[in-house]
Write a protein that binds this ligand. Structure first.
Ligand code: MG
Length: 264
């Protein structure tokens, strides 16, 4: 049996300082896997890092992230570099670190199914008030996000904005300080299916934590979801999916162990 281990990054496999703080995790026994402006920015446990490096011997490993390619390139995961990476929530497929432009037409067709980014951007710019918004970002003309002072965001704002976006074929996902606005048709699973096809893998294993991972976990043959984050909070479940016992950075270690147990 050949396996594809498709894993979300942030708050699934790797944890930023903010993510660590949320769960009361300390930097002890952690390995830095991201550098930003000369400083470490994301971590895994030492055990997870060692197990993750070993995973490549038994399976194809596929990082899958909503990060843009530029944000992904700051990450150095343990072990051999992955041949493929799915970035921009499925919008950009990287092969050996380079953008695969043969994927552009698929993405253009996906984006044509929902309201244009310009309409979403205009609305986001208006409703994300400067009193509690740090900055707004356009991700390669595919989707956008707002960085927020999370504690100052008015109650009910995300639910209301989600309703507005849903009518236009978009969905919201709140991950730490970032509120993502992403077309429902731009999915991680379609890009992962493409990689599974190219690599001719038989079984797709997937891990995630946020609403943007739901389609990937649904698509996978077997899945694991972190005991924290949007999916867990929403009570997401599936017959082929399990939930970690731990939360925070130790959930990340458990997820790597789960991948290893599936493929060996
Ligand atoms: Mg995540």
């Amino acid at each position: 049996m050949t396996f594809l281990c498709a894993t979300d990054l942030d708050r699934t496999l790797i944890y930023s300082r903010g993510a660590l703080e949320t769960h009361g995790d300390t930097l002890r026994s952690l390995v830095a896997v991201e550098r930003r402006e000369g400083k470490s920015a994301s971590w895994m446990t030492e055990r997870a890092a060692a197990a993750f490096a070993g995973l490549h011997e038994h399976a194809a490993v596929l990082p899958v992230t909503t990060r843009t390619p530029e944000q992904w390139h700051r990450v150095r995961l343990p072990g051999a570099p992955a041949r493929y990476a799915v970035t921009a929530n499925g919008g950009v497929l990287l092969v050996n670190g380079h953008v695969d432009h043969s994927w552009d037409a698929v993405v253009a067709a996906e984006l044509a199914q929902c309201a244009p980014l310009a309409e979403i951007w205009a609305h986001m710019s208006q409703v994300c008030r400067p009193e509690w918004t740090v900055k707004l970002r356009n991700a390669r003309g595919m989707f956008c996000y707002a960085v927020l002072h999370r504690k100052r965001v008015p109650p009910g704002f995300v639910a209301e904005a989600s309703g507005w976006a849903a009518q236009r074929g978009w969905q919201l996902s709140l991950q730490g300080r970032k509120l993502y606005w992403v077309p429902r048709s731009l999915t991680k699973s379609v890009a992962v299916a493409e990689v599974a096809r190219r690599l001719e893998t038989e079984v797709v294993l997937a891990a995630g934590d946020s609403l943007l991972d739901a389609d990937l976990l649904d698509y996978a043959d077997r899945a694991i979801v972190a005991r924290h984050g949007e999916l867990f909070a929403a009570g997401w479940s599936a017959a082929h999916a399990t939930v970690t016992a731990e939360s925070g950075v130790r959930a990340g270690a458990e997820i790597v162990d789960w991948f290893a147990a599936q493929v060996t």
